[in-house]
Write a protein that binds this ligand. Structure first.
Ligand code: MN
Length: 228
């Protein structure tokens, strides 16, 4: 095997509640997966199959670290989401088997440069630079699945500077965690280490430098970051 010609990049990781680190392979995100958010973005929530976009693995921001306000935007939005961490990969996973592929869950933020996303939508261009920028995926410690056995219900909420901005129940996901895993595994072969951000409820809005974001999925983890 030839030598690496530069130092190999480090493996992106997310701490696990109770100890250990979860290595991140890829980050998939579901678009418009709560009816209220689909409507606030101008879409019909009833007619769309799930669609996906990605972020780089090293976009994760962990341990409650500060998030630098990103360049090239003046409209940075929060999207509070339940994150699924896969421990077992596979292709063509049946809905009934899907939760058996989950290692754990976390609370995460799909931070979005909304101005760039709006421009990309209008021009039919990719979302990558709106969604997959540096530090765009703040995420809390991963909760092992045994401690959060039922991802079909539970409160998900985000407070900014102590005021609730987003609040919903996981039961209102258009595509459930199991359905999302199954659908995505029909597009790519999933692998251990993959994270799936499952979509955000309504109430997305802008944040500014100095804002403190605190999110929770009841029983499924917390996430915290300050925009600096
Ligand atoms: Mn999102």
């Amino acid at each position: 095997m030839p030598e690496f010609v530069i130092t190999p990049p480090p493996v992106a990781c997310v701490p696990v509640a109770g100890g250990g680190r979860f290595p991140v392979r890829r980050i998939f995100c579901v678009g418009r997966n709560y009816a209220g958010h689909a409507r606030e973005m101008g879409s019909d929530p009833d007619r769309e199959p799930p669609f996906f976009f990605t972020k780089p693995a090293d976009a994760v921001l962990t341990g409650g670290a500060d998030m630098p306000y990103p360049p090239a935007t003046s409209l940075l939005h929060h999207e509070m989401e339940l994150v699924v961490a896969l421990g077992v990969g596979g292709a063509g996973i049946a809905v009934a088997d899907a939760l058996g592929h989950v290692w754990g869950y976390a609370a995460g933020l799909d931070m979005t440069r909304r101005d760039l996303q709006n421009a990309a939508k209008q021009e039919g261009k990719p979302w990558d630079m709106a969604k997959g920028f540096d530090h765009s995926a703040p995420i809390g410690d991963i909760i092992p699945a045994a401690r959060f056995p039922d991802p079909t219900r539970g409160r998900i909420a985000l407070a900014v500077n102590g005021a609730i901005r987003q609040e919903a129940d996981l039961s209102t996901l258009i595509w459930s965690v199991a359905e999302t895993i199954s659908f995505l595994s029909g597009l790519v072969r999933l692998a251990p280490g993959d994270l799936i951000f499952t979509g955000t409820p309504e109430g997305v809005a802008a944040v500014q430098r100095g804002d403190l974001l605190e999110g929770v999925v009841d029983g499924g983890g917390t996430v915290r970051t300050r925009i600096v």
